[in-house]
Write a protein that binds this ligand. Structure first.
Ligand code: ADE
Ligand code: ZN
Length: 334
């Protein structure tokens, strides 16, 4: 097995809805009596070429229509966790956005119940430590996000954190300052997509106005050296997604991907898949792409894996155990 494949790692930025493989999408469509607008999985895959986030999101939401019943959410989560475990992922902090499905009157209990059951079963089956981060959608209002928080109350103890996703441009984190404050009051861990397509000021807003602990993407921080220094000084993790950034034309070329410069500056950067089938790769494909295009060696790859645990919301004892596993992998592989 390659160094990357057997490297113990955490995945901190993956949208469960975005893990829906085309074959599975068609299977669930048939199971639920839904007619998809594509003739075949090949016809669907042919559309996986995007000009940007706003081009990708409608296709992603179209795919979400096959997720209807509790078992659909279970199967989706179980398949991702099986795949992640097979790639050396020990901990997965997974995003999920219930508002898409509440629009179709699918009860939160069905959505989250299926996901949480799959997390529990995967823990038993493979030992993978799964956790759920619920995201609000930033193209909607803050009032809608606050309503979502209310709907989550019965599941409070089963949800790790709260995040913010969807169309970034024109929807700055400041729009959701009261939402994040309310989530913090309820004891959730906080993270926010920022600096994927939005400017560095969105990253500052997420930190200063929303008080988030982690930044999802953070790519555009590269335009602002003072911000990079601040992220390093304050130990703010970035959950970066190289293949996603490539496929959404956030970056033109991975050979200049700023993760190398962020690492040199001391930023706690991590490598993740975002929406793996849509963007051409699971987490190990993302590590491999950086190895190939940036010439990263085993020490740098291991540093990224260590960061994935250090940047996680896991308990300190779990982080220490995982760091020891990374060290053991480095020792046996060298
Ligand atoms: N939801 C799913 N993928 C996303 C991405 N790359 N950015 C923002 N929201 C998302
Ligand atoms: Zn994302």
């Amino acid at each position: 097995m390659s160094f990357i494949a057997a490297l113990p790692k955490a995945e901190l930025h993956v949208h469960l809805e975005g893990t829906l493989e085309p074959d599975e999408m068609f299977r669930l469509a048939a199971r639920n009596g839904i007619t998809l607008p594509w003739e075949s999985t090949d016809a669907l895959r042919a559309l996986y070429s995007f000009t940007g986030l706003e081009h990708f999101l409608p296709l992603y939401f179209e795919g979400c229509k096959v997720l209807c019943r509790r078992e659909d959410y279970y199967d989706l989560t179980a398949a991702y966790l099986r795949r992640a475990a097979s790639e050396g992922v020990r901990r997965a902090e997974m995003f999920f956005g219930p508002q898409t499905f509440l629009d179709r009157d699918i009860p939160t209990a069905d959505q989250l119940g299926g996901i949480l059951d799959a997390i529990a079963d995967a823990r038993t089956d493979s030992g993978i430590d799964g956790a759920l981060i619920v995201t609000a959608q930033r193209h909607r209002t803050e009032a809608a996000a606050l309503e979502l928080l209310e709907a989550l109350r019965p599941f409070r103890d089963s949800i790790l954190g709260i995040g913010l996703g969807s169309a970034e441009a024109g929807n700055p984190p400041s729009k959701f300052a009261r939402f994040f404050a309310a989530a913090r009051d309820e004891g959730y861990r906080l993270t926010c997509h920022a600096g994927e397509e939005g400017p560095p000021s969105y990253i500052r807003e997420a930190l200063d106005l929303c008080g988030v602990e982690r930044i999802d993407h953070g790519y555009t921080a590269a335009q602002d050296p003072d911000l990079v220094a601040r992220l390093a000084d304050d130990g703010v993790p970035l959950t970066m997604c190289p293949l996603s950034n490539l496929r959404l034309q956030v970056t033109a070329d991975l050979s200049t991907y700023p993760i190398a410069e962020f690492m040199k500056a001391g930023v706690l950067v991590t490598v993740n898949s975002d929406d793996p089938p849509y963007f051409g790769g699971y987490v190990n494909d993302n590590y491999a792409a950086l190895q190939q295009h940036l010439g990263l060696g085993p020490q740098e790859l291991a540093a990224l894996a260590r960061n994935s645990f250090l940047g996680s919301f896991a308990d300190r004892s779990e982080i220490d155990r995982a760091l020891a596993a990374v060290a053991e992998h480095e020792a046996t592989a060298s």
